[in-house]
Design a binder for this molecule. Structure first.
Ligand code: GUN
Ligand code: FE
Length: 451
């Protein structure tokens, strides 16, 4: 299809081109809390100006396509929404796979020393680009990331995300105690955060997240300041407020430490709640040692959970409880927690989430697993009005999975009888080799090299 001009008086309006993609297509839909796999074995996805116009069976959607349209046809593929990783740390790109005794020892032996380097903008830019390359190679098109305490680490992150037209959330880590001197805030944390928010929040596809690392590394004054930022930049008049990201109940040693540091609080969640840091813009990573009261209060405040199975197994932190989270109706999502997590691949994250559930005697269906790293990720980040599935007018960020990526996958898939079985094979056997192509706003930004 060619670009066509249509005349309105003396103004020439150019009708933008419709992009047409033919493939097996899958996405998750949710109606009144019921999640379903929508699957079109021979599907068509129409995109205009970077947004979804329509998705459905080829035989019906083709009627809405001009006869001379150029159709991009993916064979032996599955086209699905880009993955959403609701919790990770971009400065930990090089920390991944560092052998640690437990969370707190791992933080001081590997994570803090590496994070010190992000005061150097050149270093941050180099690692930042490697980090984004790796995300995209793994089919992750949106993420919410911790940066470091250095404001320039945030500028670097958002500059790269903007260049690549990605929808991303991130924030400057707030930390004013119990960490190495060089990483501590020195009184400019409020001003620094404010100017970062003014510079980046709601600019193009970017969102700012206020980022107190976790309760042990912030003073009461700093938590109060963080709540001030949330209030100052809250949702109003259709404008989305800033997000909040932090860690909650990840390791038992950490939980004990929080009790000592905040003796007046009922529990760990109560620390965040009593400092007004909870709510529908707040995403809590881990949530694996929650008490009943904490589950209940997470639900009552409409706070969100980012579950990190790879990290929890890698650091020996514990097992999340998906039945409890669902029972209380907490909006939950899956995430890699790079570099506590040992893989950028959301296939690996789904694989481990399945096994964590099994160890708990619980179920994690393949549709649920894919939901948790697509539409539910979007919901956790309050981005489900723009990404997460192929509803009309959502942004067309998608991945094309190569179902012949390996001989084993190709052969195994010959035996599957339905979409659930297909998805299960992908989440158990898949890795970055499955990611054939990645599209951002309908444009291809990545193609796997031929083997
Ligand atoms: N808790 C506080 N900081 C961190 C971090 O960098 N990674 C993980 N996994 N947990 C944390
Ligand atoms: Fe983390």
């Amino acid at each position: 299809m060619k670009e066509r001009g249509c005349h309105t008086g003396s103004i020439v309006m150019v009708k933008s081109e419709m992009k047409v993609f033919r493939s097996a297509i899958f996405h998750c839909t949710e109606v009144l809390g019921v999640v379903q796999a929508s699957y079109f074995e021979d599907g068509l996805l129409l995109v205009r100006d970077g947004k979804v116009v329509e998705v459905g069976d080829y035989s019906s959607v083709i009627e809405n396509v001009d006869a001379d349209a150029n159709i991009i046809h993916f064979e032996n593929s599955l086209l699905m929404p880009g993955f959403i990783d609701s919790h990770l740390h971009y400065p930990q790109y090089k920390v991944i796979a560092s052998y640690g005794q437990n969370l707190l020892e791992w933080l001081s032996s590997f994570t803090f020393p590496e994070e010190k380097q992000f005061g150097d903008k050149e270093y941050a830019t180099r690692v930042g680009n490697l980090f984004f390359d790796e995300l995209i190679r793994n089919g992750t098109t949106t993420a919410m990331a911790f940066c470091t305490t250095h404001p320039q680490s945030v500028d670097t992150f958002f500059t790269i995300a903007k260049e690549r037209k990605l929808r991303m959330a991130a924030g400057k880590v707030l930390m004013d105690r119990n960490a190495p001197e060089e990483l501590l805030d020195i009184g400019t944390d409020y001003q620094d955060s404010r100017s970062l928010i003014e510079r980046w929040h709601n600019k193009e596809r970017l969102s700012y997240a206020v980022t107190p690392r976790f309760a042990p590394t912030s003073s009461k004054e700093q938590l109060t300041m963080a709540a001030g930022l949330l209030k100052e930049y809250s949702n109003s008049n259709g404008r989305k407020g800033v997000l909040l990201q932090t860690h909650l109940n990840e390791s038992t040693e950490e939980v004990e430490w929080v009790k000592d540091l905040y003796p007046d609080c009922d529990n760990y969640f109560d620390v965040y709640d009593s400092y007004n840091l909870t709510g529908s813009n707040s995403v809590f990573a881990h949530c694996i040692h929650n008490t009943e009261d904490e589950y209940k209060r997470m639900a009552d405040s409409n706070s969100r959970a980012a579950l990190c199975p790879n990290s929890n197994l890698f650091l020996g932190s514990g097992l999340f409880d998906i039945e409890k989270l669902d029972y209380y109706g907490i909006t939950s999502s899956l995430s890699s927690d790079i570099g506590g997590g040992d893989s950028f691949s959301m296939f690996s994250v789904m694989n481990q989430a399945y096994k964590v559930s099994k160890l708990n005697g619980q179920e994690m269906s393949p549709v649920k697993a894919f939901y948790l790293c697509t539409l539910a990720g979007a919901k956790a980040l309050n981005m489900d009005d723009s990404i997460g599935n192929f509803e009309k007018n959502k942004e067309a960020d998608f991945v094309v999975l190569d179902l012949h990526a390996t001989e084993l996958i190709s052969e195994r898939l010959k035996t599957v009888k339905n979409i659930e079985q297909l998805l299960f094979c992908l989440m158990m056997l898949g890795d970055d080799r499955l990611i054939g192509e990645v599209y951002i706003l309908g444009d291809c930004i990545y193609k796997k090299m031929e083997a």
